[in-house]
Every structure is written in structure tokens, then in C-alpha cells.
Ligand binder design. Structure first.
Ligand code: FAD
Ligand code: MLT
Ligand code: ZN
Length: 494
């Protein structure tokens, strides 16, 4: 079993006592709002991959913004640290305690409060599960501009706090533009009442942007207003096989040019990743069949393309022309178009099963979520493979990701001497990314896992400004300590 993470909390913070727990009970009268049972706490003390383990003795489940404010006021006065927790699906250990912080779960705040049919703006409490929100707006002819494999568990508040990317990003862009309003409770207990649903608003600094992607270090998001685009009448999903990386890059350019405004996802998977999914997950199938070359260093690659538009006939014609020209020019060697919603879902299942599959393939998985320019994009996977082969490591090195956004998920499932694998990979991966002027966290954030690596992507002045903002809003450092920002002197740079 993995060892517990506990790190030492910054000085000035203290553990919650029985008196604090009694005070929390008085603030949160709804039964079940204060959880101290060890078994009930266990899943909240650990992330979904079991890589980070805290030892909190109390979880709070407030039911309103006022209750969140009361908790934060008390904790701030007393110097008691907290970790905000949504669906606990995060990838970087941001949502679990590093020691015995209070866990502040948003699961009890799960109401969808308003929907404006004219603008498609939905207003919801932070704890609404992403899939439930998508279903709700879907029934009203709209679509949440965000989709990801964890949709059944992650919460809209957690999505906003991580500025999650996912597979619709190529179409709708960053949540930073779709989130119109945020209500958040500051560490002081004051409420930042930014729940506007205005499309345009240039009155002063845009403070909600500090909460979007703030990873719960500056405030607790309690409500969001999100602009949801209209649901598309026609959705087509195709799965293609391309023989080389160069072809995949050309195919992306062709898709952006020819499919243009109807392109709604462009995801890639390398053949070893697909092989892990069909090997380790019995419900997952490869519609293009097993590949003799799986495991080769450069290809074949699988590309999942989704289009979403207003006219099935028009979209199908565009898609057919695109596919014909891609086949003729031999960019694509094989492909299948989903002919039913069930088939489309199966293609997506293959893509979305990869995080789980890679988790089953090794005793330890090293996950890197990086942005890289296209010319350096896949090379890091083949280089990592060669590096680990030379080191005699027992590991699967696979790549997949949101290729349309320049976002690669490099995953290494290691067995045996995982410490040697770790030593070979880090800081090597971060140095490669910095040399290519990429980002060491494209969409998962920094959490506790990568806080020390911020300097590979951000300059020292930027990190100092971030520290200043943190000190201004959270002078005692009670909110999500040791997450996102490195402690002074602990940042690494290339
Ligand atoms: P948590 O994991 O609970 O928390 C994440 C962070 O946000 C923590 O720092 C936490 O303290 C903070 N936080 C949570 N709620 C709040 C709140 N209300 N106020 C303030 N801070 C808060 N991510 C992507 O970007 N793209 C993907 O494609 C993607 N795919 C995934 C697929 C799978 C199978 C899984 C398991 C995860 C995936 N993720 C992906 C990771 C992603 O970050 C999360 O799934 C999601 O955005 C986190 O939401 P959550 O509610 O689970 O937040
Ligand atoms: C994905 O796109 O599959 C995810 O962000 C999750 C992962 O990298 O494991
Ligand atoms: Zn992703």
C-alpha cells in the first residue's frame, strides 16, 4: 500500500480540536454535515488513484454559502487549515489533505438554481456533478461547454477551480470565457459576490479569474453562472487510424481547415495506449482491431474526431469530403464512422477509459499533462520510451491527449523498481518541456504534486506576484496549504 503523504504544515496553523468540531456542529445543523467516522472519512482522505493520503479527522458538508462563510470565519480566526473538495477526481493531489486539514466538501450544495433559455446561462451551486448539469441543460436544448472522463463524479465547482480542459475545449475554448460569474467565500469568511451572468463586463479587475484555476487556494467557490452553447442537432463521431505522427499533424490541420466550425473534438491515442485499454478493461473494444505494430515507436495513431453542427446532411457531406481526401492522400489508412449513438459512445468509452487502463497496468503510474508545440509534441513520448528502455525499466510508456489543443498526456505505468523510473523521468520530463517552451501543467493544475515545478513554466516575477495575491487574500495560509505554490526556496527551474 502507498505510504501516507503527510507533510509538515506551515507554522501558525493548528489541528482542529474537539471544541472546534463542536463549534462546526453548531454552525451546520443539518444531520450528516459533520463527519468524523474514520471509515466514512477514508475515501475523502485519499485521491482516486491512491497516490496521496491525508489523515483528516473531520469532513464538513455545508448546505449553503452562509454555512461555508461561517466555517471559514472560524478557521481563519483559529488558524485551522482546510482543503476544499469537489468530486475528488483531480490528478495532482489538490483535493486531499496533506496532513490533517479539515475537508470542506461541496457535495451538500448541489442545486441547479436557474436557467435562462434565451442566453443558455445556467446558475448552479458548486457541488452539482458535471454530468447532471449537462443532462439538465441538455433537456433544455443546450450543452455544457466542457466534457471529460470524470463527468459522473467531478463537480462544476471543482471543474472551475481547476479550470478543467477536456475534450470540448477545441470547440468552446477555456472555461475562463464560459464562466460568466462566480460566487466564492474568501478565507476571511467574506463573500465575493460575483455571480453575474453578463457576457461583457469591464468594470475593474476580473477577480473571478483568480478563482477559476485557483485550485481552492484563494477561496471556496459556492456558485457559478456558466454560458452553455446550443445543443447541436447533428453529431458525428469517427475513429481513424493514421500511420505516422507527421500524418496526425497534417490531419489536424486538414480537420481545422475543412471541418472548421463543426469540429468539436480532435483527440489522439497512441497504439500502446489503446492496447492497454483493451488488455486491462474487459468492457473496452478497439473498433479498428488489434494492430501488429502496437508498441512501435512512431505509430500507428488513433484519432477520434467529433463534429457537431446544425444540419446532419451538410455536416455529413463535409465529413465525407474530408475523409475521402484524407484517405486518398494516405493521411489516414483505416477508419470507422459511428452509425448509432451507441457506437459513438463506444468510441468515446475507448478514449475515456485510458486513465483507468493505465492505472491498472503498473504498480505506479507517472502522469504528465503537458502543453507542447506540435513539432515537439510526440517526440517526448518516444524519447521517454527510449530513456526507460536504456535504463532497463519495466514500464509501459504511452501517450494520448487533446491534440487539437496541443495538450499531451504522457503516462508511464511502471512495475518493479519504480524509484529508478522516477529518477529517470524527473526532472528530465520537466526540462524537456521547459526547453520546448511548453507548460508542465496544461489542464490538471499543480496541486501538491507539481507545486515545486511551477518554475519550469512561469518566471520568477510571476511566481512572486502569485505569492503576493495569496498573502493578500489568505494571510494566514489556511486554504489548501502546500498546494499550487512552492514554498520559498523549494521551486525548481530548468
Ligand atoms: P476535486 O478533485 O475535488 O478538486 C480539484 C481541485 O479543486 C482541488 O485543488 C480542490 O481543492 C479544488 N476545489 C474543488 N472544488 C472546489 C470549490 N468548490 N471551490 C474551490 N476549490 C475547489 N481534467 C481535465 O482538465 N481534463 C480532462 O480531460 C480530465 N479528464 C479526467 C478523466 C478522469 C477519468 C479523471 C479521474 C480526471 C480527469 N481530469 C481531467 C481531472 C480534473 O481536474 C477533474 O476531473 C475535475 O476538474 C476536478 O473536479 P472535482 O470536482 O473532482 O475536483
Ligand atoms: C484525459 O484526458 O484522459 C485526462 O485528462 C486524464 C488523464 O490524463 O489521465
Ligand atoms: Zn485530459
Amino acid at each position: 500500500a502507498p505510504a501516507a503523504t503527510p507533510l509538515t504544515l506551515p507554522s501558525g496553523l493548528r489541528s482542529p480540536t474537539d471544541e472546534d468540531i463542536a463549534a462546526f456542529r453548531a454552525m451546520l445543523p443539518t444531520p450528516g454535515s459533520v463527519v468524523t467516522d474514520e471509515d466514512a472519512l477514508a475515501p475523502h482522505n485519499t485521491d482516486w488513484m491512491g497516490r496521496f493520503i491525508g489523515r483528516s479527522r473531520v469532513l464538513l458538508k455545508p448546505r449553503s454559502t452562509d454555512e461555508v462563510a461561517a466555517i471559514l470565519r472560524h478557521c481563519n480566526e483559529q488558524g485551522i487549515p482546510l482543503v476544499p473538495q469537489g468530486g475528488n477526481t483531480g490528478m495532482v493531489g489538490g483535493s486531499v489533505p496533506v496532513a490533517d486539514e479539515v475537508i470542506l466538501s461541496l457535495a451538500g450544495m448541489a442545486s441547479i438554481e436557474a436557467f435562462d433559455a434565451a442566453s443558455g446561462v445556467v446558475t448552479a451551486q458548486a457541488g452539482v456533478v458535471l454530468e447532471a448539469l449537462d443532462t439538465y441543460v441538455g433537456e433544455r436544448g443546450h450543452r455544457v461547454p466542457l466534457d471529460l472522463g470524470a463527468k459522473g463524479s467531478c463537480q462544476i465547482g471543482g471543474n472551475v477551480a481547476t479550470n478543467a480542459g477536456g475534450s470540448r475545449y477545441v470547440r468552446y475554448g477555456s472555461l475562463r470565457a464560459s464562466v460568466l460569474g462566480v460566487e466564492a467565500v474568501l478565507p476571511s469568511g467574506e463573500v465575493l459576490a460575483g455571480l453575474t451572468s453578463l457576457r461583457k463586463d469591464n468594470t475593474g479587475y476580473d477577480l473571478k479569474q483568480l478563482m477559476i484555476g485557483g485550485e481552492g487556494t484563494l477561496g471556496v467557490i459556492t456558485r457559478v453562472a456558466l454560458a452553455c452553447p446550443p445543443l447541436s442537432a447533428a453529431v458525428h463521431v469517427t475513429l481513424l487510424k493514421v500511420p505516422s505522427w507527421a500524418n496526425a499533424v497534417s490531419l489536424l490541420a486538414a480537420a481545422k481547415g475543412q471541418l472548421a466550425e463543426i469540429l468539436s473534438a480532435f483527440e489522439f491515442m497512441d497504439a500502446p495506449a489503446v492496447k492497454l485499454a483493451v488488455t486491462h478493461l474487459s468492457h473496452v473494444r478497439d473498433p479498428l482491431g488489434p494492430d501488429e505494430d502496437a508498441g512501435a515507436t512512431d505509430g500507428p495513431f488513433y484519432v477520434l474526431i467529433e463534429t457537431a453542427g446544425s444540419s446532419a446532411a451538410h455536416d455529413r457531406e463535409k465529413l465525407d469530403t474530408f475523409l475521402e481526401s484524407s484517405m486518398e492522400s494516405e493521411l489516414v489508412t483505416d477508419g470507422v464512422m459511428a452509425e448509432s449513438a451507441g457506437q459513438a459512445a463506444a468510441f468515446w468509452e475507448l478514449r475515456e477509459s485510458l486513465p483507468e487502463a493505465v492505472g491498472k497496468a503498473g504498480t505506479k503510474v507517472f502522469k504528465y499533462d503537458i502543453s507542447l508545440p506540435m513539432d515537439a509534441f510526440y517526440r517526448i513520448v518516444t524519447d521517454a520510451r527510449a530513456l526507460l528502455a536504456d535504463a532497463g525499466a519495466d514500464a509501459d510508456v504511452v501517450g494520448w491527449g487533446h491534440m487539437g489543443d496541443g495538450n499531451l498526456h504522457l503516462n508511464v505505468a511502471a512495475r518493479g523498481d519504480v524509484a529508478a523510473v522516477a529518477a529517470a523521468l524527473e526532472p528530465w520530463v520537466y526540462e524537456q518541456v521547459a526547453a520546448a517552451r511548453g507548460s508542465v501543467s496544461a489542464e490538471h493544475g499543480l496541486g501538491v504534486m507539481k507545486a515545486g515545478a511551477i518554475g519550469y513554466t512561469k518566471d520568477a516575477v510571476s511566481v512572486e506576484v502569485m505569492r503576493g495575491i495569496k498573502a493578500l487574500l489568505d494571510p494566514k495560509g489556511i486554504l489548501n496549504p502546500l498546494k499550487m505554490l512552492p514554498r520559498v526556496g523549494e521551486e525548481k527551474t530548468a
